[in-house]
Design a protein around this ligand. Structure first.
Ligand SMILES: *Cc1c(COP(=O)(O)O)cnc(C)c1O
Ligand code: SF4
Length: 369
């Protein structure tokens, strides 16, 4: 049997095993086994150094998941934007196509908890229906394969989908969203890579949340994908007790770049039922962006977004860099807090001495208002 299948077969899936291994009272988590699948690959489990560390928190169930704080089953209202099974079509020119219900391990904070792990909710039966929908919608130029995790399909099944999509003329790019390089890097076999590289332009977005996840074996898997010419992006979820810390995030972004992955999004945690204990204030994300921009490579700075509850889509948030904007000028704050003036085109005001100095390449500093 292939190594990745062995990993899946030997995954921890029972509350009882968790209880024995980590000394969690069984009665605290037994109910959770029914509510949202438990699964942790032996590989990912081996990254846990101690109870409650950032790796542990992401995948080990916690009784806090049972606390009802009025959050939602489907916070992004995806089901409302689902014209046919397995498709979420919200934006004008692109759609999500859910092609797998399983993941290599289950994230306790998953936005799609209501569906993921349940074959009746995301069924491969509907793949042809989804392909059909895409082929009948010429405005769709970008298809994002998601799930569950698309890379947990067998090679043949995945190739079937890729091949069919490539035959649709208006589909310009294909994207795959996957957490496999993080949970199960063994899945990135040379056979899989050979299939993927036949379907360019193909982009992959991976999902790493903590620098400790970028192990040598994960980095090698990412390198194999990059060597196949696949541009790699990363999506991180901002999670309390996991990565709600500017220096942890900076290290994560820098390690991703070393592994040839370009940070793409940091998500504010969605308002998913049973995940209140993972949520941070929105200011925390702004603080993280402020700590990255200017202080490290621009390539290491992702967009910080809130996926708007109710289906508004992703909304970018930035720290305040514009202090004032008028027809004449813009007053700006740089990364380290210094203030600069930029004169608008066609504004009649005289060039001030500071501005002349600035055009000569010198720094302009004005009084903070
Ligand atoms: C995130 C998402 C996309 C892709 O958004 P990009 O900003 O283009 O990466 C597309 N459709 C849905 C429903 C999404 O949630
Ligand atoms: S890998 Fe993605 S879809 Fe799967 S459980 Fe984690 S967040 Fe959810």
């Amino acid at each position: 049997m292939e190594r990745w299948r062995q990993q899946l077969q030997n995954s921890v899936t029972k509350a009882r095993e968790i209880s024995q291994r980590f000394g969690v009272p069984l009665e605290d988590i037994l109910e959770l086994e029914k509510q949202f699948n438990i699964k942790i690959t032996p590989y990912y489990l081996s990254l846990i150094k101690e109870k409650d560390d950032p790796i542990y928190k992401q995948v080990i169930p916690d009784k806090l998941e049972l606390v009802d704080t009025g959050l939602f089953e489907d916070p992004l209202a995806e089901d409302k934007d689902s014209p046919v099974n397995n498709i979420v079509h919200r934006y004008p020119d692109r759609c999500l196509f859910l092609i797998s219900h399983v993941c290599a391990s289950y994230c306790r904070f998953c936005t799609r908890k209501r569906k993921v792990g349940d074959p009746t909710k995301i069924s491969t039966k509907f793949i042809d229906e989804g392909l059909n929908y895409i082929s009948q919608h010429p405005e769709i130029r970008d298809v994002i394969l998601s799930g569950g995790d698309p890379l947990l399909l067998g090679d043949h099944q995945l190739e079937y989908v890729l091949q069919k999509l490539r035959r649709i003329e208006h589909v310009e790019i294909i994207r795959i969203g996957t957490r496999v390089p993080c949970f199960l890097p063994h899945r990135i076999t040379s056979g899989l890579v050979r299939i993927l590289k036949k379907y360019h332009p193909l982009y992959i977005n991976v999902h790493f949340n903590h620098p400790d996840e970028l192990t040598p074996i994960a980095v090698r898997a990412l390198g194999r994908l990059a060597n196949a010419g696949i541009p790699l992006g990363n999506q991180t979820v901002l999670l309390k007790g996991v990565n709600d810390n500017p220096s942890v995030m900076k290290k994560l972004m820098q390690k991703l770049l070393q592994a040839r992955v370009r940070p793409y999004y940091i998500y504010q945690a969605d308002m998913v039922f049973g995940t209140e204990h993972f949520r941070t204030n929105v200011e925390k994300g702004l603080e993280i962006i402020q700590a990255l921009r200017g202080w490290t490579s621009g390539l290491a700075v992702p967009h910080f977004v809130i996926d708007a509850p109710g289906g508004g889509g992703k909304i970018p948030l930035l720290p305040q860099y514009i202090m004032k904007i008028s027809d004449e000028e813009v007053i700006l704050r740089n990364y380290s807090g210094k203030i600069y003036r930029y004169r608008q085109p066609e504004s009649n005001g005289p060039l001030r001495i500071e501005e002349i100095l600035e055009t000569e390449g010198q720094e302009l500093t004005i009084e903070e208002a």
